[in-house]
Design a protein around this ligand. Sequence first.
Ligand code: MG
Length: 245
Amino acid sequence: MKRISVIIAAFSAFSSIVSAQITDPKATEIWEPQVRVVTPGEGTKPPSDAIVLFDGNNFSEWQSAKDSSKVTWTLNGDGSATVLPGGGDIVTKKAFGDCQLHVEFREPSVVKGESQGRGNSGIFLQGRYEVQVLDCYQNRTYSNGQTGSIYKQSIPLVNACRKPGEWQAYDILFTAPRFNNDDILVAPGHITVLHNGIVVQLNTEIKGTTEYIGLPKNIAHGKSGIKLQDHGDLVSYRNIWIREL
Ligand code: MG
C-alpha cells in the first residue's frame, strides 16, 4: 500500500512538472499528418472519395450471391432498381471491411402482407450481418426484427419509417469484427445506423451472424461483399455508395 502511494505521489509530481513546463499554446498543436480533403456531395450524393456501388445505370458492381452470375433484378430506368422475386440475393463484387455505407430504399406503394411479410429485404454487412429492411409503417412485427434492427440481435432505438412508396435512407457506420490467426474472435464488430437521419443503432455490438433460426455464429472471415436480400417483395434501391474506413 505504501509502495503504491509512493508511486502515485511520484507520478503526480512528474505530471505537474510536465504541465508546468508547457506554457506555449503552440506546443500542443499537431500539424502533421495533414488531413485529406474530401468534397461532400450535394444532398445525399456521394462524397468525392466514395465508391459508387449503384447509380441506377447498371449492376456492374454486383453479382448473384448464390453463384456469382449476372444480376437479374429490374433496372427501372429512373436511377433505381427493384428486387426480382426469385432472382436471389445480390452481392458486391468488391469486398469490404470497416466502412461508411449509404443506401436508399423504397417499400412497395401497393401494401400487402403483414409482419415480416411486408416489404422485406435486408442489407448484409460482410454478407453476414443484416440491417433489416422492412415496411414497419403501421405494421407490427417482433421488435428485434423490425426496420433498423440488427436482425434478431438488437432492437432499433425508434421506428423512423416513412410511408410505403416514399424513399428512405440508411447511413451505416460499420467496424468489422477481428479474428486472430487461430480464427478466434478477439474483437466483435460494431454498427451505428441512421434511418432517415435518425439514430436507430448506436455503436451496437454485433454478436455474430444474424440467423433466422438459432444463435449468432462467429466463423472467422476477412473482408466480404455487401449483400442485398431478395425476400420475395418488390423493394427498390437507389444511390448506394460506400467509403472504406
Ligand atoms: Mg430481411
